[in-house]
Ligand binder design. Structure first.
Ligand SMILES: [Cu+2]
Length: 189
C-alpha cells in the first residue's frame, strides 16, 4: 500500500511584505509571488485526441487551478472556466505531448475527442481511449481510467501523481491503423 508523502509547507513564497520606515512615514511593499498556486499544485491540462495520422494527442493549454472546485464540465460542451480562478503556465516541454508535474501534484485532464473522418485517412471505430501507465496512478472519485472519449465528445479525469517517475498516456481503443503510436509522456519530478 502506498503511503502518502507529507509535503512541508513552503514558507515565504506566498507573499513578502517589507515595511520601511522613513521620515516618520511607513511604506508597505507587497510582492506577488510568481508561484501563486497552491503547493502541491493542481494542474489543468487541455488536450485534443485525434487519430495518430492527424497528430494523435495534442496539448493545447495548461493552467494551475487556484481554487478547490473544479471547472464545470459537460461531456458534449466541455469545460467552463467562467468565474474559475486559474493561472496559465507554459509547459516545460514544447512537443505538445509531454506533460510535466511535481510529485504530489494533481492533474485534471480535459480531452476533446476529434472526429478525423473526411481527411482522407482511415479512422476506425467511434471513440478514442485514455489510459495512464506509470509508477502510481491515483484517480479522484468520479473519474474513470481508462476512459472512453467518443468522437465529438469531451472526457475529464483527475489524477494525483504521488510518486516521481516516468509516466505515459495512450489511447487504448483502436482508432486507426497507427493507433499504437497515439501516446505521450508525463514526467513527474
Ligand atoms: Cu486509438
Amino acid at each position: 500500500m502506498q503511503v502518502p508523502k507529507k509535503h512541508l509547507p513552503v514558507v515565504g513564497l506566498l507573499g513578502l511584505v517589507i515595511i520601511a520606515a522613513a521620515g516618520g512615514t511607513v511604506y508597505y511593499y507587497q510582492f506577488a509571488s510568481p508561484h501563486a498556486h497552491a503547493i502541491p499544485a493542481h494542474r489543468l491540462v487541455f488536450m485534443t485526441a485525434v487519430i495518430q495520422e492527424l497528430g494523435g494527442f495534442h496539448l493545447n493549454n495548461t493552467a494551475f487551478l487556484n481554487q478547490t472546485t473544479l471547472p464545470a464540465f459537460d461531456a458534449s460542451k466541455g469545460y467552463n472556466l467562467t468565474g474559475v480562478k486559474y493561472q496559465d503556465y507554459v509547459p516545460t516541454y514544447s512537443d505538445n505531448k509531454t506533460i510535466n508535474a511535481n510529485a504530489g501534484d494533481i492533474i485534471t485532464f480535459f480531452i476533446h475527442g476529434i472526429d478525423g473522418s473526411g481527411h482522407g485517412v482511415q479512422q476506425i471505430g467511434s471513440a478514442h481511449g485514455f489510459e495512464i501507465d506509470g509508477p502510481t496512478v491515483s484517480v479522484a472519485p468520479g473519474g474513470v481510467l481508462p476512459g472512453t472519449i467518443p468522437f465529438g465528445q469531451w472526457y475529464t479525469v483527475t489524477v494525483t501523481f504521488t510518486t516521481a517517475g516516468s509516466y505515459s498516456y495512450r489511447c487504448n481503443i483502436v482508432c486507426s491503423l497507427q493507433h499504437q503510436f497515439m501516446t505521450g509522456n508525463i514526467v513527474v519530478s
